[in-house]
Structures are given as C-alpha cells and as structure tokens.
Design a protein around this ligand. Sequence first.
Ligand SMILES: *[C@@H]1O[C@H](CO)[C@@H](O)[C@H](O)[C@H]1NC(C)=O
Length: 621
Amino acid sequence: MEIYFISFILASIFILPIALKTFSPYVWMDFLYFGDLLRILVRFVARRRRRPFFFVLDRFLEQTAAHPDKPFVVFEKESYTYTYTDTRSNKIANALQTLPDYKAGDTVALFMGNEPAFVFTWLALAKLGSPVALLNHNIRTKSLLHCFNCCKAKVLIAASELKEAVEDVLPSLMEQGVTVLLMAKHCDTPGIEAFTDKVDEASDTSLPRSLRSHITFNSPAVYIYTSGTTGLPKAAVVNQNRLLTALAILSSNGVLPSDIIYVNLPLYHTAGFLIGFIGSIETGSTIILKRKFSASQFWDDCRKYNVTVVQYIGEVMRYLCSTPKRDNDKDHKVRLAIGNGVRAEVWREFLNRFGNIHVREFYASTEGNVGFVNYVGKIGAIGRVNFLHRNLFPYTLVKYDTERDEPIRDANGLCVEALKGETGLLVSKITDIAPFVGYAQNEEQTERKRLRNVLKKGDLYFNTGDLMRIDKDNFIYFQDRVGDTFRWKGENVATTEVSDILTISDCLEEANVYGVQVPGHEGRIGMAAVTVKKGLQFDGSKLYKHVASYLPSYARPRFIRIQNAVEVTGTFKQMKMKLVEESFDTGRIQDPLYILDDSVKSYTPLTAQVHSSIITGNLKL
Ligand SMILES: *[C@@H]1O[C@H](CO)[C@@H](O)[C@H](O)[C@H]1NC(C)=O
C-alpha cells in the first residue's frame, strides 16, 4: 500500500509537467482529478492506519457527534436525525443481543425494501460486528432460499409486508434452525417472532466496541447479490476495506454536507447502498429515502424536499425523459446527477429537458476492482484514461471473440490488447490495492471472473465482462456487456444500441433486443420483444422505415414480439434468457409475432407456415 502511495506521488511530480505540455483541452480537468485522487488516497491511507480500526460505522458516529440534530433520513412524512438513527440502531442491537440463538458477529440476512428501518438495522448489525446479507425483497421461494443460503446467515430479519414470502420458505428455514424476525409488533405464525415490540422495549445504551473487536479490513461487511439476468443471483462479498473505499464515492464527486440526496434506487444493490447510503455517511448529508423509483413523482419530490443530488441508472434517465413534458421541468434545485449507464442521446435529452444539471457518469461494478468516472462531463463517455490511475490500477482492453465468447489469444496463448478506437474486453489486474474478493460459497463463479495469462504468462486479471472502447482523446466508452452482443452475417450487433433505436421510433415504448439461432445459419439473428405505447397501434411499415433508416441491414431485428410488459429485474435490467429460448417459435408463443419482410418493406405477421419454412431451410434469412 505505502509503496504504491509513494510511487503515486513521485509519478505526479514527474508526470504533471509533461502532461501539461501535451496539447489537450482536458489537461486542467485531468490535473484537478489527480488532485482529487490524491486527496482520497491520503485520507484512505490515514484511516487505514488508525488504531483501533476505523470503519464506516465510526464515520457515522463521528457525524452523529458533529451534528446530532441534523436530519439523516427523511422518508415520506417522517424525518429522522442522526441522533435518532444512532439510538434506534442501539435499540435494535440490544434487542438482538437478548435472542438466545444469536451472538454478536453472526451473519444476518436483511429482507426489507427501502425504508428507514433498513438503515437502522444495518447500523445495528454494524455495531454488533455482524455481516449483513442484503436480500432483494422481490425474490421469492427457491431464489430466496438460494440467496439466504449463500451466506450462511443465522438470522433473517424481514419487513412486515414480506411476511407471506417468508412463510413460503419457513419450513426450510426452521429445519436449518434459523431465527426468523419480523419487523412487526405482533405475529401469529409459529416460527416467526415479532421483533418491533422487542426493539421498542430494548435499552438504547450504546454497544461496547469489544463486540466488533474481531473485525478486520478483510472481514465481510455486506453481501450484495448481483442481479442475475442469467441463472440464480450470486452474492458478492463486500469486505470492510471496500466499504471504507465506498465512503469516498459521493465526496469525491463534489457532494457536500449541505446536500440533500435523493435515494430512490434499491438499498439492496450497490448503487443505493454503497453510493447513496454509505456515500452520504461520509459527507454527512441528508438522505431523502424513497420506497421505490417513480418517474411521475421524481421531480415533485425533488421540489418538495429541496433535493440537490440525485442518483440514477440509465433506465431511470430514460424513464424521466419519456414522461410528458411539463412547464416546471426546470424548476428544481438539483445540481448533480450521479450514476451510470445513461446513453448519450438520453443524456442530451435529460439536459435539454431538466436544465443545467451536472451529470457524473461513472463505471463500477459491485464485485469488480476497476472503476472510472467521467469527470469532464463528456456526453456518452464513462471515464477517461488517466496515466496515474492506470499505473495504480493496471487495466487494459483485450480483443474479444463475441462468437466464441472468449478473449482472442495469440500464438503464445496471451491476450491481444485492443488498439485505440477498437472495442475490447475490459480486464483489470488483481493486486493488493485492487483485489477481487469473489462470490460467497461459489468458487466456480469466482474463478469464471478471473482471467489468467493476459499480458504475461502467470498474470491474473479480473474479467469485467464489459466491452469498452477508448477513443483518440482517451475517453472511455461503454459498448456492451459480453453476451449482450451477438454476431450476424459476420458483424457484431450491440443489443443496447438496437434497443435504443427501436425506442425512439413512434410507436414503441420499450424494446428488449437479443439474438436467436436459426437452423442453417451461423451466429444469431436479431429479435426484439417490445411494448407498444399506450393508445397506439403497432405499425409494421412505419417501424420498417425507421429501422431501415437507422440500422445496417444485419442489425435490424428480423423478428418482433409484442408484449404487454417487458420483464425486468429489480434494477430494471431486462430479462433475456427465456425470450432467447422461446425464440420466434409460433407454437410456443402467444404474443403477436412479426417478421421483417424486405419485399413489402414492412414487418408482417409471422405465421406458423413462415416459421416452419424458416426452420426447414426453405426460407433463407
Ligand atoms: C426548501 O427551500 C425553501 C427555500 O429555501 C424553504 O423555504 C423550504 O422550507 C425548504 N423546504 C424543505 C422541506 O426544507
């Protein structure tokens, strides 16, 4: 750590004059970014050296001491100060301590939507030195049990409205001897204990530090489930060290103690939890917590609570931009939007509609060891190559074979670095300061994210699974997720790109694009599951015209499947597996299906007859 730090400072001194001489309009901003990076590192190193150890909880306690009466969490009509949050979490912790089958340090699973109790309970468990598994509150039955079992939790704490979901899996939990607590005053179900009454009666005295004396920087702090668009979710282990680094995310992007932060993304995921919640602990800001994202309430909330900072994911921006225009669109105090995944055209539209908001697009993943931030506000980019950053956290783009779904290797078995302007797979060297902790109880999935023999025999990189491109000005652009690209007629088709084009057509609301296999053809042909805008009819010839004018022929979706709703995961990621499997099989699909017909320049209904002639090879695509 120290060695890196010193070399970093030395590098800054020697490199800066050179950097300033090279002609680039962004040099000054790069320079400021070096400064930010340096400040973050200095602070991080200083904290890592503190004894007793300094963790995120300690930062919360510092903030509480500094401004006890400041609101920390505002939820619907209630406002909770830092002091209230602190004492309420003491009560929860003390109530937990009285349970016979729980001892401080045991892993606890939290099954709860966005509400203040989520925050209080997490802090309580931090005070008890217990790792917390953040279960997605939308999952049920098999998936719920799978996630619960991933992290060997002894206790499950559930929100009262999730009682039925808990009852579904109760026999299995009871068999394992799990203590099941419900955040309610009463509960009649045998095997589920009401917990709120115990919390209300518990003492609010603070918890002795000794309860968490066993914790080190490598101890798991939270388990965050990466939303599985394929297969069952995986529990990414977020250790204390990583949690400590997460503190810097908002502060390094200019968020101040005076800011009011709108947290409307789920707290069980990285964006809401690590960036929104943990990030606000560092800045000591006020969180406006929202049960869930609502495009129609978004700006009204911002006005009502004087919100200054909002969080987004690409879909949030897209939904906001597709709400009906209003006269007061620019009437708000939001100055900063921070998040990731916004497409360039949505970004432009967002600024047009909602005014001069600084959009801080960044790139990071829950379990990954590399991140970027677009600190110059270049529309469409996720970040910028920065000499120092790249030296501290070596990463590169390697050429990728999308057909075989693996990196291209040269004669020596090593990967081939992509050139400027070329798309490649982002891989990042696994080092002491850029570790990859992996997934709980899942060595196989963990190993799948490791890439060996990348630039040298025996080296080890983290495979982000993301395809990127770096342009001549050193801006980094996200291209696609691996697997979100398919090849047709020898060309790569990026599904997100096609889906963007489809959704700007007149009649389509949403589009989920994927490739399907056709007998007798290499690769996959494009297909889109779409929803039609309310009150409109699907117009095959209009869509054909739109698609033909925007997309090269190989990228045009050959099949269209009209759905009432596009299935999404908890973070609005589109589900593809089932769609790909059902393909364009008229025998299996009830939804209306259309096929692109060049001879009549339209999408025409796909009949069982046409389907079978494609399958038998009589109709060539
Ligand atoms: C928002 O700001 C206005 C003007 O500064 C102030 O009058 C109002 O009380 C604030 N609202 C809240 C909820 O803090």
